[in-house]
Design a protein. Structure first.
Length: 270
């Protein structure tokens, strides 16, 4: 189990570093150069007759201008990190779900499993690779057979399976704690951009009194762009997080049903 937690921590750190590197590269080579080029263009004159404006004008609604600030970059890094963690957990769910199509306990219709048979049925599970034994379905089957052989009680075996599945739900929920943190941190980063943009707009308010509103416009642009980017990123992360949680819950329920149908209902004390 310590090895598993070590791998999870290593993957989390590696995913964060790779997300930061990819997003930073994208900003340095594409987003910020295009944004600076757009902001260097002249502003469109309000009320100018059509056709009088020569050459391209500044477009503050460009996606490059919206994403150019550091708060948006941080929000995107956190979003990419969260999506990588979600993808990693989704891959684990997919691997566990594939096991539901395997015949781990071969009990035909009309056959029964007695307490003395528990050891024989558990032996093939013990011969599985260690990584596969740690997965939900083989682990819960082993728990059911060991409890049945030890207590000679079908009810105790069913309760042991239920407790094991509840522990799995808690474990899966704990693994998503970092994703929940990023889902909270992304809007917080957007709020930092909002505060910074308002502060920048207030600093340039004196110029607005003399007719130059460009500084106020850019400051308010930082405010709205940071909020917009953070909210979209947070919505995206929360959507995939809830999809993953649904898949995990279905996996645990299907595993309990598998054990009930293929093992528990065949158990007899005498």
């Amino acid at each position: 189990m310590r090895v598993v937690f070590g791998r999870e921590a290593l993957f989390s750190v590696a995913a964060l570093l790779i997300s930061a590197l990819v997003v930073q590269t994208l900003y340095a080579t594409l987003i910020r150069p295009h944004a600076e080029a757009i902001l260097a263009l002249p502003e469109a004159k309000e009320g100018a007759p059509p056709g009088t404006q020569t050459g391209p004008t500044r477009n503050l609604r460009s996606v490059f201008v919206i994403l150019k600030d550091y708060e948006q970059e941080t929000a995107l890094i956190l979003a990419c990190w969260a999506l990588a963690l979600i993808g990693h957990q989704a891959r684990a769910v997919t691997r566990n779900r594939r096991l539901l199509s395997r015949q781990y306990v071969d009990v035909g219709e009309g056959h029964v499993v007695l307490p003395d048979d528990a050891r024989a049925y558990a032996r093939p599970l013990e011969s599985l690779p260690a990584e596969e034994q740690d997965m939900l379905l083989p682990r819960a089957l082993m728990v059911a057979l060991n409890r049945f052989g030890a207590t000679r009680s079908v009810q105790d075996s069913a309760e042991a399976v239920r407790a094991e599945c509840e522990n799995e739900v808690d474990r899966l929920d704990a693994q998503l704690s970092m994703v929940r943190f990023t889902a909270w941190a992304i809007p917080a980063v957007g709020f930092v951009g909002t505060v910074r943009g308002i502060g920048r707009a207030l600093q340039d308010a004196q110029g607005a009194l003399h007719g130059d509103i460009s500084g106020v416009t850019l400051g308010l642009g930082v405010t709205f762009n940071a909020t917009l980017t953070a909210l979209i990123a947070a919505i995206l992360v929360m959507f995939f997080l809830h999809q993953l949680q649904q898949a995990q819950d279905r996996l645990v329920l299907d595993a309990r049903m598998y054990i009930d149908r293929r093992l528990i209902r065949h158990m007899r004390v005498h």
